[in-house]
Design a protein around this ligand. Structure first.
Ligand code: ATP
Length: 577
């Protein structure tokens, strides 16, 4: 399963050229949907057309949520804040004498700015606190805006709502609205094409691996969340003239909960899913909700639970599975421009890495206490020490995933202590984890493509081995996943390779094969390699130099023989008195 770039077999090139089944169906299905929308005014009674219009508005609203939740995994539980902001902009703006398009534009800008602000705050903190913070902030924004809309009677009409311009001709407004929905869905679809599509899909599937291939997670998520706010606000703008009245409910929790259900039922991560979920449930509410009342609400809740249990990818996911004979593997966009990789700085000499007196604490407990480490080009340094000594923490400090309280990290002669992980990676730092971090849900071929694009290599020129298009990375054995991860991080010809217990979970023979490969990489690529390892046999095979860490401090640094003979190492690590 080791891989270097060779020409793709002809049949694999053909498979890629044809594209996955769903892609072949996408254009005809989209054309059919647009055709149905275009013919609807001629075939439907005004009441039915009104319901379809509302379904389209809510579909667009749901699509907005999908740009955040479905594309980058950011759940907003107060998405109505953006929808209501758009709707109220129409009420307030037109009341102040602005034309509908100008008031609508202001509404979209307001929604985008609100989302940009919330996203910037929530994404500026570490992920573990950022995701709950986003949930709280969206919920808070929705509640705050709802209360404000209720209180400012003169401006908004208070609890009874404010009036929006209504158009006499339902059919005339339908055409405007349907054109808008189609245009926005297609334009916003550009956000998930090409390189940005790769950033989004990889961030969604495995954020840590994405970041360690050079994806800027924060920027990717922020752009998606801002776009989600703008699109949901536009839906609110379009909703105001359909409803004729905008009440505080358009900012509230019930609508925010509904849009989550619509997206879950329709299916995340596509254009069709949000429109399908919102459309079907809106038609259901309008036609059955009045007569069945609480039974209808109960039925919707049951449908939600059923879909979540039976088809987590929603109705659109069911259709995709049917078209793909039971498999629903997300695919990277085609034709992705490689990411630009900066050249090595002129200051770079033979020293690839220098860690100077680094201190790291977790919750006030010191873990690294003035730790220093150097690695030269072509050198393999093995980092050993008892459990909890701080070895993985040191790798994290080097890679930028662990915050350094004092001291500095120099990579290729540049102080990178304040640099985010993705920037270090783009300058040639690569990392493998104790548990292999590959994109489990994607095909092996797409894993390689993602790595190639991020390494600045054209995905078109990449080797695709027989069967790798159809093989999902999560189905590979532990050894194959490790080799795939190594292939991926080596695609960028790194200057520094960080390996955290690479032999974990491997058999004796597999460990031997991996050791031979790591040695070959060090010789061929002339990169510095740091290996955290407990397997002393592997350390002996790999190490040019061994560094021993105990309680966050380096207690020995030298050849394997020197280390074994070292008194404090025998006491601290080998347990010999
Ligand atoms: N994110 C974290 N939050 C709090 N404590 C942490 C965190 N990461 C590590 N620690 C603690 O820091 C100490 C060092 O952990 P680290 O994983 O770096 O040790 P290690 O030498 O790699 O150990 P092992 O060989 O068992 O993997 C441990 O006590 C661990 O519990």
């Amino acid at each position: 399963m080791t891989a270097t770039a060779v020409a793709a077999p002809a049949h694999d090139r053909a498979t890629r050229a044809r594209g996955p089944v769903v892609r072949r169906w996408a254009a005809p299905l989209a054309a059919a949907a647009v055709g149905v929308l275009a013919l609807a005014p001629f075939g439907l009674a005004p009441h039915a057309l009104g319901i379809l219009t509302l379904g389209l508005v809510y579909g667009l609203f749901t699509y907005g949520l999908d740009l955040a939740w479905g594309r980058v995994g950011l759940i907003s539980v107060g998405q109505a804040a953006f929808f209501g902001a758009g709707a109220y902009a129409v009420v307030i703006g037109t009341d102040a004498g602005l034309s509908l398009p100008v008031a609508g534009l202001l509404g979209v800008v307001a929604g985008a700015l609100l989302a940009a602000l919330i996203g910037a705050v929530a994404l500026s903190v570490p992920e573990a606190t950022g995701v709950p913070l986003l949930i709280l902030l969206t919920l808070g924004a929705s509640q705050l805006l709802q209360r404000t809309a209720t209180s400012l009677r003169n401006l908004t009409g208070g609890a009874n709502g404010g009036l929006a311009p209504v158009f006499d001709l339902v059919q005339g407004y339908y055409v405007v609205l349907a054109s808008c929905a189609v245009a926005v869905a297609l334009t916003a679809g550009l956000l998930v094409k090409g390189r940005r599509g790769l950033f989004q899909l990889t961030s969604l599937v495995n954020p840590l691996r994405a970041e360690h291939l050079g994806v800027d997670l924060r920027a990717t998520r922020w752009v998606a969340f801002t776009a989600a706010g703008a699109v949901s606000a536009l839906a609110g703008v379009l909703f105001a003239p359909v409803s004729g009245i905008v009440t505080p409910a358009s900012l509230g929790l019930a609508l925010s909960a509904s849009v989550l259900v619509w997206l879950a039922v329709g299916g995340k991560g596509s254009i069709a899913g949000p429109f399908l979920g919102a459309g079907l449930l809106t038609i259901g509410t309008q036609t059955l909700g009045g007569t069945l009342q609480s039974w209808y609400v109960l039925g919707t809740a049951a449908l939600f639970i059923l879909v979540v249990q039976v088809a987590p990818d929603g109705l659109a996911g069911l259709v995709r599975r049917a078209l793909r004979r039971g498999r629903d593997v997300p695919a990277l966009p085609r034709r992705i421009r490689p990411v630009h990789r900066p050249a090595a700085p002129e200051t770079a000499g033979d020293r690839v890495l220098e860690v100077r007196d680094v201190e790291v604490s977790f919750g006030g407990t010191p873990v690294l206490q003035g730790t220093s480490l150097t690695v030269d080009r072509g050198e393999v340094v093995c980092l050993i020490g008892p459990n909890g000594a701080g070895k993985s923490t040191l790798l994290g400090a080097v890679a930028g995933t662990v915050e350094v309280a004092r001291g500095s990290v120099w990579f290729e002669g540049v102080d990178v202590t304040a640099q985010p992980t993705h920037r270090r990676v783009r300058h040639g730092m690569a990392r493998m984890f104790q548990v292999p971090r590959v994109f489990d849900q994607l095909s092996v071929a797409d894993n390689r493509r993602a790595a190639a694009v991020m390494a600045g290599v054209g995905a078109e020129d990449l080797a695709v081995h027989a069967g790798e298009e159809d093989r999902v990375a999560g189905e590979l054995s532990m050894a194959d996943r490790r080799h795939l991860e190594l292939d991926m991080v080596l695609t960028g010809s790194p200057e520094l390779l960080l390996l955290d217990e690479p032999a974990a979970g491997l058999s004796h023979d597999e460990t031997g094969a991996l050791a031979a490969r790591i040695r070959a990489v060090a010789a061929a690529e002339r990169c510095g390699i740091v290996v955290v390892e407990h397997d002393m046999e592997l350390v002996r095979q790999l190490a040019d130099r061994v560094v021993v860490l105990s309680r966050g401090a380096v207690i020995a640094d030298g050849s394997m023989d020197e280390i074994v003979a070292h008194d404090s190492v025998r006491t601290a690590y080998l347990g010999v008195p």
